[in-house]
Write a protein that binds this ligand. Structure first.
Ligand SMILES: Nc1ncnc2c1ncn2[C@@H]1O[C@H](COP(=O)(O)OP(=O)(O)OP(=O)(O)O)[C@@H](O)[C@H]1O
Length: 705
């Protein structure tokens, strides 16, 4: 590893200035072209309105086509300009000097978030090109990359990393590694922000392999807390949008993410990478439209950490039971049998053709891969064809729709709703069905019902989504996956951490999760980038997992015990004051000027967060409570929120309040505590009154107040 000489620095400063100039001239040219498009558009429009009545339909049509063409060219130029504008503050972050075999000298390639063309060729190479990929994967020496016409082999003679901020070159480093550790440390040691940032300049090799994986249709990524799963998912989207430009658009990619707060948190990454935001979905939205045709709605999910709702402990138990793999296996088996039983064939006459009950039964059974409605349709088509070929002169040939009706009359169950209810009358039903009101399902019945409805009436597949990303995979039940798999038939990226279950689904192992997706490739990430070594060790001792982290150090986590809840809250208020005056103490001192960072006070439940927020607000100003629908709260310096909402987010400092045996005594409390602690970048404190949670690590990290 070598740092560069001052004259090299000067050279790079000059190169940056030239690139920024080129960038501005390209942006200006596009602005000029856009103005030209506007003028052309208005001219054609005025001509059409001035000469209405005189223009014949053929000319009118011609003009409409011209308008459409101008529109399309304008939209293209606009997108191009937007992309280039994302390069303004920092047009590139790396340089790779590559000498192809046979060339007399190496050529310097600058790598940035977008490509930039000059009259002489490529001034900046997009990070997503194969040439850009070498920067993440290769060290100086022999290397090759793929182009459409084959492989280009050669030698990487130099790798250089830059930090360019607001158009100024902050540093230049030559490196022999994939990414130099100092640069990674500088990146991850900064204060957090209200929105997730892109990581293109420091993507690690194992992360790059996932981002650029194009060969596997379904990819499951298990990664420890802070290993960059969400970042990777978003960079993978940007990569696929680039690689499949023209075939894949942002509207063809959807992300199923845990809640609106999380969706807001990650919403800046794609625009920062010069791509449009993709579709944000949640499981409720996917289900809602599909339930409408059954005239069904549903209640809110039961959250196992919240106080009992109207259905009491029984409703909570039903919800738990329906989230398990054992339930899904039962559902599949029971449904197969119920479908088999619900068809009671009788002899059918179609003109001269007589089909007896056994033959109909055999035909129905042969089509077991299809849903009931599809089976009857296929049978009807086949029978009509047979009737026609056996009696070609038969005057009134049977109609398919008519035969479907007659076959449907042989069903003992007429609707998916009836079929679903019937399943729970079986003796082996592992749990029961309760309708919370007319036309309503409990949330936990929604996906099992959709599974039954799909098998009965056919699947309403999604035609628009060509790539589905599912974040926090451990929070979805096997039946939910079974339904999603059938609705979204294209590629999927599924990511999460089996150690971060919220307790609303059964605990998964990676094997179990992988088993739900036939042919899926499972990739693992074992290194955490978010927290200091001290915080990561503390958190992994709670979960009993091993952890590797970046070598970034900070204070040891503190566990503060108090005699009374009031003393505990007073201390939390004092900690907030301390944070506001001195910040979280980011270990490398890189707290952004004017931004002391963000502190989260994490509680186990929503109810707990509301209560604590009330208490703190009596003592302090400006403490904000986050809810699933909150917008903009993450910009606040101090936020109170429950673990379920803190999931996926990160804060410079975290105080896990009420880390007591009462709150986190049960086994499920282990992963909740783990999630809460792993949200912290630089500093972590846990407070409790009464006995501490038994899941907290021993004396080594415990400090009395
Ligand atoms: N290669 C990298 N370079 C710089 N920062 C990184 C890198 N990888 C991850 N990070 C940072 O680490 C933090 C955690 O990333 P991210 O939220 O994507 O992880 P995650 O695996 O989804 O976490 P969790 O499951 O705990 O929510 C973020 O601040 C992210 O920017």
């Amino acid at each position: 590893m070598t740092s560069v000489f001052p004259d090299v620095h000067e050279e790079e400063v000059a190169h940056l200035a030239r690139t920024l100039e080129l960038l501005e001239s390209r942006i200006e040219a596009l602005t000029g072209a856009l103005d030209g498009h506007d003028t052309d558009y208005n001219d054609v429009k005025s001509y059409m309105s001035d000469n209405r009545g005189e223009i014949d339909p053929a000319e009118m049509y011609q003009n409409e086509l011209i308008l459409r063409d101008i529109d399309a060219r304008g939209a293209h130029a606009m997108r191009l300009r937007e992309r280039l504008e994302t390069m303004r503050g920092s047009p590139y972050f790396a340089r790779l000097d590559f000498a192809p075999d046979g060339a007399s000298a190496a050529e310097a390639h600058y790598i940035g978030r977008q490509g930039l063309q000059s009259a002489e060729g490529t001034a900046v190479v997009d990070w997503r090109t194969p040439l850009g990929g070498m920067f993440y994967e290769r060290e100086p020496g022999r290397a090759s990359y793929e182009v459409p016409s084959g492989t280009i082999g050669g030698t990487i003679e130099r790798k250089r990393q830059f930090k360019v901020e607001n158009g100024r070159l902050r540093f230049v480093l030559d490196t022999a590694e994939a990414i130099r550790d100092e640069i990674l440390l500088e990146e991850i040691g900064r204060t957090s922000s209200a929105h997730m940032r892109s990581i293109i300049a420091t993507i690690q090799r194992e992360q790059n392999a996932i981002i650029r994986n194009e060969s596997d249709g379904t990819l499951i990524i298990q990664g420890v807390a802070g290993s960059g799963k969400t970042s990777i998912a978003l960079h993978r989207i940007a990569y696929l949008l680039f690689r499949r430009r023209g075939r894949l658009k942002a509207e063809n990619i959807a992300i199923i993410s845990p809640n609106g707060l999380f969706a807001e948190y990650v919403s800046d990454v794609l625009p920062e990478l010069g791509e449009e935001a993709v579709v944000a979905l949640d499981l409720a939205a996917v289900a809602r439209g599909r339930l409408e045709r059954h005239r069904l709605g549903f209640t809110d999910p039961i959250d196992p950490v919240e106080p009992l709702g109207p259905g009491g402990a029984a409703a909570r138990e039903r919800a738990r039971a329906k989230s398990t793999l054992a339930f899904h296996h039962w559902l599949e088996r029971a449904l197969d049998e119920a479908i088999q039983d619900c068809f009671v064939p009788r002899e059918l006459r179609l003109g001269n053709l007589r089909i007896d009950a056994e033959e109909l039964r055999a035909h129905f059974d042969r089509l077991s891969a299809l849903g009931v409605a599809e089976r009857l349709r296929v049978m009807a088509e086949h029978l009509c064809q047979r009737a026609r070929s056996e009696s070609p002169l038969f005057s009134s040939a049977p109609k398919v729709g008519e035969v479907v009706k007659r076959l449907t009359a042989m069903l003992t169950v007429k609707s998916a709703r009836a079929l679903y209810r019937g399943l729970f009358r079986r003796e082996d039903a592992p749990t029961v069905f309760r309708a919370p009101g007319p036309g309503l399902l409990e949330w936990e019945d929604v996906y099992p019902f959709l599974f039954v409805a799909g098998r009965f009436g056919g699947w309403e597949t999604d035609q628009d989504v060509l790539h589905l990303v599912i974040d926090e995979m451990q929070d979805h039940s096997p039946t939910q996956y079974a339904v999603l798999r059938r609705i979204f038939r294209h590629d999927m990226t599924i990511l999460g951490d089996v150690a971060q279950a919220l307790g609303n689904t059964e605990d998964y192992t990676l094997e179990r999760l992988g088993g739900l997706f036939e042919g899926a490739r499972v990739m693992e990430l074992t290194r955490g980038y978010r927290s200091t070594v001290e915080i990561a060790r503390f958190a992994s001792a709670i979960r009993g997992t091993a952890v590797t982290t970046i070598d970034r150090h900070g204070d040891r986590p503190r566990v503060l015990g108090f005699d009374t809840p009031v003393e505990e809250i007073d201390r939390i208020a004092a900690e907030i004051d301390r944070f506001r005056s001195t910040g979280p103490g980011a270990p490398n001192g890189s707290v952004d000027e004017g931004d002391p960072g963000r502190l989260a006070i994490v509680t186990r439940s929503r109810a707990g967060a509301r209560e604590l927020h009330g208490e703190l607000s009596e003592r302090l100003e400006g403490v904000v409570l986050a809810t699933a629908d909150s917008r903009g709260v993450l910009g606040n310096d101090v936020t109170v929120l429950p673990v379920g909402l803190a999931k996926g987010l990160e804060f410079d400092e975290v105080i896990v309040a009420r880390a007591s045996e009462r709150e986190y005594g049960a086994e499920a409390g282990r992963s909740l505590l783990y999630i809460a602690c792993t949200r912290a970048l630089h500093r972590l404190t846990l407070t409790h009154s009464g006995r501490p949670s038994p899941h907290l690590p021993g004396d080594e990290t415990t400090v009395e107040p």
